[in-house]
Design a protein. Sequence first.
Length: 324
Amino acid sequence: MKRLLVRLRRWRVLKRLVLSMACLFASCAFCWADGGSASRYLYGGDGRINLLNPKNGATFDGSYRAAGGAYDEEALKAIQGVFGAPYGEPLSRISLRLIEFIDFLQDRLEPGARIQIVSGWRSPQYNTKLRSKGRLAAKASLHQYGMAADIKIGKVPSERVWNYVKDLGFGGTGYYHGQLVHVDVGPARSWDETTSGVGTDISKDNKLIGLITDFDRYRPGDVVTLRFIRMTAFPIGVQREFVLNRVDRDGSMQWVTDFKPSFARQTDGDCPEFADIGEMLGIQYQLPETIPPGRYKINAAFCNRLWDAMPGEISTPEFEIVRP
């Protein structure tokens, strides 16, 4: 009996070790509740963050993600307040990817540091007002999508944050040689006050329109929530049918399936038109239960285009399907 108990303990230790190693080294790079926890994003933090908004006095210091990977809605509600964003409104929802990315930066540059969120969410109306006053506010600003913030991380020089994000090759970062640095979870790019592109036609006529997923990693059968970003002109016609493609190791794309996602509002016909930012979020698609692990993209095409500069179709950044 004693020998059996020893073997059982050894088996349990070995099981925990295998699960830990799998979480660390497997291609999915994370596990859910059945084997540990980590972020569902490529650049995620430890699930704890310390935030302050010096303008409205709102703070948050604690965990926003549970051990099993689930997000704490009460914590996210408090974080919304720090970003100056109304709670419970889809348009002002702060991107989980942004929260995780700021957490990631905190963990690597000054663990436990208090992060000042000086400019978080901006309504489209407020962003337009800033532009009318000559402020450095881009017409397609990701602040309007809850995907950007102007921050100060503890005692870390903002120029160091700027250079660190540039070297990552992920997200956007702007530095105007002051106390703050802009970070966002849009396409990889960087700028300063001389190269920002504000005041030019860089985003005119939906030149920079994009499509993103809510997470970077999914399991078969998960629901993917999509949204369009960086729109600057309306109405926009979107072809009703989207395409799921697999990305091979050489970067080539292989068609998997066509699908019709559900939109946040009632849509009719093969070319529904959308009139504002709020109508182009909350688009959902359930992944096939049998989809194999790998990297994928979703493509969307436009119809009845009113502007020649607008692309005919776009795709999401790559995302991963991992084993159940």
